[in-house]
Design a protein around this ligand. Structure first.
Ligand code: FA5
Length: 347
C-alpha cells in the first residue's frame, strides 16, 4: 500500500474493513467499525479532503473509488447487521421456546365413571328389551315418595327408608308440602302413571327410571348415603308375577351373561302385593340382594287414576352400585366414591 496511490489505499482500507465487519460479533461492533472507517477523522475522510490538491483525472478516479467503496461498505454493514439480528432472534427464540410436545403420548383423556358406565349399559339393555326411559326429580314431595305409594303419614313401613327431609320453613311458596330427597326411584312410577292418564293415552306402560337416590344410611361395603337405582314399571292388561320373574331373569342373562341367574325371595313393600327381594348369584356362588319387586298394589294404581280391575302391573327397583359390584367383582362399593385413580382406571 502506498500513500502515492490513494485509490489503491482506499480499496485496501475498505477491503480490510469489510473483513472486520464480517468477523464482528455484535451490531454495535459493526457500527463502530463503520464509524471508524467513514467518520470525520477517518483515513478515508482525510484522503477525500486531499482530493482538492489532486489533478483532475486522479481526483476523478479517487472520487469514483471512494463512492464505490462507500456503497460496498454500507452494504456490508447492512448485511452483517441483518445477519446478526436474525441470529440474535434465533438465540432469543430458542431460549424462550416452550416445548409443548413434552406431554405427547402421556395425556390421559379420562373416561366415564364406572357408575355412569353401569347406568348407561343398563339403559341399553332395557331399551334393547323394548322399554323407554323415564326420569323424575331428586327433590320430591312426601306425596310422591310415600303417600301415593300406599304409605300414608303414619305408616310404620316409612321407617324402612331413613329419609333426608328438607327444611323449607324459610322458602316462600312451598306451603305445607313436606319436601325430601327421594329415597328411591319409585316416585317416578307414580309420575309416569299420572302422566299417561293426563296425556290421555294411558297404559300400556313399559318404562325404566334410572336416577340418584338418598338415604340416611351409613356407608359400608354395600351401602352409600347417595346411591343410584333403576326402577322398572310395567302396566298392561293381564300382567302376572310370571311376567315379572321372566323379565328379571331375561335381564340377568342379558346384563351379566348366561352363567348368572336370579331368584325371588318373599318380602314386603307397601306399594307391591305380592312383593319379593331379588337376589342375583355372584361368581363365587353366593347371592347378593340387588333390589325389590312385586305386583303394583291396587291402591297405587287407584292413586294414579288407573282402574285396578282393568289394569295390572309389576315393578322393581335395583341398586345400580350393587349391580356394578356383581358385574365387576367389586369388594366394597365405597371404592366408587373415594376417587382413587388406581381403582377407577381399571374400568
Ligand atoms: C326400594 O327402594 C324399593 N323402592 C324397591 C322396589 C321398587 C320394590 C319397585 C318393589 C317395587 P330397597 O330399600 O330394598 O327397595 O332398595 C332397593 C335396592 O336399592 C337395594 O336392594 C339395594 O340394591 C339398593 N340400595 C338400597 N339402599 C342402598 C344404599 N344405601 N346404598 C346402595 N344401594 C342401596
Amino acid at each position: 500500500m502506498s500513500a502515492d496511490d490513494p485509490t489503491q489505499e482506499v480499496s485496501s482500507l475498505v477491503a480490510a474493513g469489510i473483513e472486520r465487519i464480517a468477523g464482528s460479533a455484535t451490531s454495535e461492533e459493526v457500527r463502530a467499525i463503520h464509524a471508524e472507517l467513514l467518520g470525520k477523522r477517518s483515513r478515508l475522510a482525510e484522503l477525500k479532503a486531499g482530493m482538492r490538491d489532486m489533478d483532475p483525472q486522479d481526483r476523478k478516479d479517487l472520487g469514483a473509488e471512494l463512492n464505490r467503496t462507500r456503497i460496498e461498505l454500507e452494504r456490508a454493514v447492512d448485511a452483517r447487521i441483518a445477519e446478526l439480528a436474525s441470529e440474535e432472534r434465533r438465540v432469543l427464540l430458542a431460549a424462550e421456546r416452550l416445548d409443548l410436545t413434552e406431554f405427547q403420548g402421556h395425556v390421559d383423556p379420562g373416561h366415564v365413571h364406572l357408575v355412569t358406565q353401569t347406568w348407561e349399559r343398563l339403559e341399553d339393555v332395557f331399551v334393547g328389551m323394548g322399554f323407554t326411559v323415564a326420569t323424575g326429580p331428586e327433590v320430591e314431595t312426601d306425596w310422591f315418595n310415600f303417600e301415593a305409594l300406599n304409605l300414608p303419614p303414619s305408616h310404620p313401613a316409612r321407617s324402612l327408608w331413613d329419609t333426608l327431609y328438607l327444611d323449607t320453613s324459610d322458602l316462600p311458596g312451598v306451603g305445607d308440602q313436606q319436601l325430601l330427597l327421594r329415597t328411591h326411584t319409585s316416585p317416578v312410577q307414580v309420575r309416569t302413571m299420572l302422566r299417561s292418564v293426563r296425556e290421555g293415552d294411558g297404559p300400556p306402560i313399559y318404562v325404566v327410571c334410572p336416577g340418584r337416590t338418598y338415604r340416611q344410611d351409613t356407608a359400608d361395603a354395600t351401602h352409600l348415603p347417595v346411591f343410584h337405582q333403576i326402577e322398572m314399571l310395567v302396566v298392561d292388561r293381564g300382567i302376572t308375577m310370571g311376567d315379572l320373574a321372566g323379565t328379571i331373569e331375561t335381564f340377568t342373562k342379558a346384563y351379566f351373561g348366561a352363567e348368572l341367574t336370579s331368584r325371588l325371595r318373599p318380602s314386603y313393600f307397601p306399594f307391591t302385593e305380592p312383593s319379593a327381594e331379588v337376589d342375583i348369584s355372584q361368581p363365587d356362588g353366593s347371592w347378593l340382594e340387588v333390589g325389590g319387586c312385586g305386583m303394583v298394589h291396587p291402591n297405587v294404581l287407584a292413586a294414579c287414576g288407573l282402574d285396578p280391575e282393568e289394569w295390572s302391573g309389576f315393578a322393581f327397583g335395583f341398586g345400580i352400585e350393587r349391580l356394578a359390584k356383581i358385574r365387576h367383582g367389586l369388594g366394597d362399593i365405597r371404592d366408587l366414591i373415594t376417587n382413587d385413580m388406581r381403582f377407577l382406571e381399571q374400568f
